[in-house]
Write a new protein. Structure first.
Length: 133
């Protein structure tokens, strides 16, 4: 699951040695996967129930369980849109701040389905890894 790109490891046989002293890129990848998994757990799902959907969010980074829940990654910070056109009811927006192996959560507003919605993360979430579910 770990990509060797950007790690300085040119030979996959050297991978075991890297596990004892992992390059920064490898740690970032693993932490990002952990943050996604925590997000899926928090919204009450199983990763197998979610699928990637590049058109769901303006960020192009979303895992979606249609009509039920989503996890969106916002690499640039700031506002973004999500397409809730085919969804009904309200959904609690929760923001995940993941940085240096620390995770914190902030609950946001209830977002209504039925239309495209603009998501406005709290300003402190504009400067680091940002996930919304």
């Amino acid at each position: 699951m770990d990509s060797l790109a950007g790690t300085g490891i040119s030979n996959p046989l050297d991978f075991d040695a890297a596990l004892h002293n992992p390059p920064r890129g490898m740690l970032d990848n693993r932490f990002a996967m952990t943050a996604i998994r925590l997000s899926i757990d928090r919204v009450g799902g199983s990763l197998r129930d979610f699928g990637p959907n590049i058109s769901f969010a303006s960020t192009s980074f979303a895992l979606v369980k249609p009509g039920v829940s989503c996890v969106v990654y916002n690499p640039d910070g700031g506002h973004f849109t999500i397409d809730l056109l085919g969804w009904s009811g309200g959904f609690q927006a929760t923001w995940l701040k993941a940085r240096d192996s620390l995770v914190s959560w902030v609950s946001g507003v209830v977002v209504q389905g039925g239309a495209s919605r603009t998501m406005n993360p709290p300003p402190e979430f504009w400067e680091t890894h940002r996930f919304c579910c």
